[in-house]
Design a protein. Sequence first.
Length: 412
Amino acid sequence: MTDATGVPRRLFYGWWVVAGAFAVTFVGFGSAYTFGAFAESLQRDFSASRGSTSVVFSLAGFLYFALGCVSGPLADRWGSRRLALTGMLLTGAGLVAASFARSLAEVYLAYGLGVGLGVGCAYVPAVGAVQRWFSRRRGLASGLAVSGIGVGTLVMPALAALLIAQLGWRGAYAVLGVLVMVVGAGMALLIENDPHDRGLFPDGDPAGPADPAQRAAGMSVREALGSRQFAVLYGACLLCSLGVFVPFVHLVPSAMDHGVAPSSAVLLLGVIGIGSTAGRFFLGGLMDRMGRGRALAAMFIGMALSLAIWAMATGWWLLAIFAFVYGVFYGGWVAVLPAVVMDRFGGRHVSGIIGALYTSVAFGTLIGPSAAGFAFDISRSYTVSILASVVANLLAAAIVLAMPPRGALRSA
């Protein structure tokens, strides 16, 4: 590519930041979402119920979303690269430690704390950094960055199943841990906080001398938390997240309950990954055109409708259709949410605001998958849990559609 004078243009560094964030989400969330592949082995070896085993994932999920309210402000102050690098090292160490667990309680400590704290340190800083590097193409860039979650969900569970078959679940956790530390930590070095630090401007656009006020545009974390718009987003995300991660924990066991072979059941997580990747890649640009607030509501509605398919599915193909459609809208939700935060509250403290918002997802993740597991232990069915998730997503969509307009930043 050349500029108007014929001089070759360098690739805008913002895309390297996107690549770093992609890698962090790929190995971080990809490792976390392998849990469905390990669930049967953990349940068998530790003589545990489905509910108590699913607490492992819920604990990790709670931590990696709740920690965003700490890692986000720290990234705004210290830089996203340090937090992302630390997070990847913690995630890898947690997976390796899980391979030595002698009880389910030790898996809680190793996997739950290691992966939970690690992803929590890395995710919000990495995604928050991307928001500052783009304006017109923020939806696209955010979608590409978090598409690492979708690709990781496609690749990592299948890799985990292969490793479990060859090395057992302990060896599989050890290999995954080393992979995270090498790939995730290495790519985290590409992440930088702000284009102005390199004398650049969002989207790589040419501009005049850097305006200090431009860098500080936006609300403080305290101002954002006191706004009506934040309260609306928080409530919607809390409702959605009560059910959003239930498939990642329970889809594989649910498929096996319907007679699907374990090797085929694990592939369903990969199908979610395919759909999620498609949603993040192809919906990002569409969201920029249709309006990111309306797009967020559409993602909630799409997840609700797809979950209704799961409630009726018994065979592999119908489960696969659910997994793909659900993945598309789940991926779109993850992609659009940080961009909505940037749109509504500005970039001055975007990582801190995203982190505060993600505590809603933390509480939902802590409750939802484990509650679905214990409900199954009682009723031997996932129907009630799935239908509750449908209703929660529809309520979340209604709340977002009633959100105050962008300029209405009054206190709640």
